[in-house]
Ligand binder design. Structure first.
Ligand SMILES: Cc1cc2nc3c(=O)[nH]c(=O)nc-3n(C[C@H](O)[C@H](O)[C@H](O)COP(=O)(O)O)c2cc1C
Length: 237
């Protein structure tokens, strides 16, 4: 979560039972860094690092987690208008996963064709393949479900075909306060060569069970962690 999930935060919450910890989201090129600054100006939290510091910063943050939790995979969620800076992050020592952010819906990020707007890019497959083919880390693509005008299952298959290791899907459904369990089930039943990480509304043991029943390979938790409301340990499941 932008501006929140740094190594200090993640080192505190990993003992709940997480086996992957995601740093970021970080902005990696001039357009996304400028967009982040505008977001900060209107009062929303963002990580704010200049271009000449961001890659060293991510590397140091990954090291800070590995020093304490050597058995946990460290991921970095990143935004960039081109693939090259993402490739640079995917080759950072001690970073296990680079996650391409096709999820952010802040206006400033959408205006430069990034975040959720990536799902409309005609070159999305090439963008992902370029990253996959040139990094030592695994590659995750984080998407939002049910984006207007986007067929989520089609996009999931496209990301699978582009060679990503993980599809991290925020299964948000408009007007509903729970994840779109049906859509997650449909996606899990229709992809074979990519691990599906379900996300959205995992804030109770009941919803963990619903999430697992969709067939996902794993799941992630955001808001109930930052609000301090996580009242169960993931290792119970
Ligand atoms: C304050 C805040 C910041 C977030 N920043 C990011 C981000 O930088 N990158 C990202 O992929 N998702 C980001 N998210 C989305 C969450 O990772 C997650 O997908 C979403 O909150 C749904 O999951 P949840 O129901 O477990 O919170 C953010 C969410 C919140 C509330």
């Amino acid at each position: 979560m932008a501006g929140i999930t740094d190594s200090r935060f993640l080192n505190k919450v990993i003992p709940y039972g997480f086996d992957v910890a995601t740093l970021g989201g970080y902005s990696l090129d001039i357009p996304t860094i400028e967009a982040s600054k505008k977001i900060i100006e209107r009062g929303r939290k963002e990580f704010d690092f200049p271009l000449d510091e961001i890659f060293t910063h991510i590397s140091n943050e990954a090291d800070s987690i590995k020093k304490v939790h050597s058995d946990v995979k460290v991921s970095a969620n990143v935004r960039s208008t081109t693939s090259q800076p993402i490739i640079e992050v995917g080759n950072i020592k001690n970073l296990d996963i680079v996650e391409i952010n096709c999820h952010c819906r802040q206006d400033e990020i959408l205006a430069i064709g990034c975040g959720q707007e990536m799902l409309c890019r005609p070159d999305l497959s090439d963008f992902i393949s370029q990253v996959v083919d040139n990094v030592k880390s695994e590659v995750s693509v984080k998407i939002r479900a049910n984006v207007e005008g986007i067929d989520t299952l089609k996009i999931a298959r496209q990301i699978e075909d582009a060679g990503a290791d993980y599809l991290h899907i925020d299964a948000m459904k408009k007007g509903v306060f729970e994840a779109d369990w049906e859509l997650l089930t449909e996606i899990c039943n229709n992809v074979n060569n990519i691990k599906v990480i379900g996300n959205n509304s995992v804030d109770s043991e009941e919803n963990v069970k619903k999430m697992i029943d969709t067939g996902v390979d794993g799941f992630s938790i955001a808001r109930s962690l930052i609000s301090g409301k996580l009242n169960f340990t993931i290792t119970n499941f």
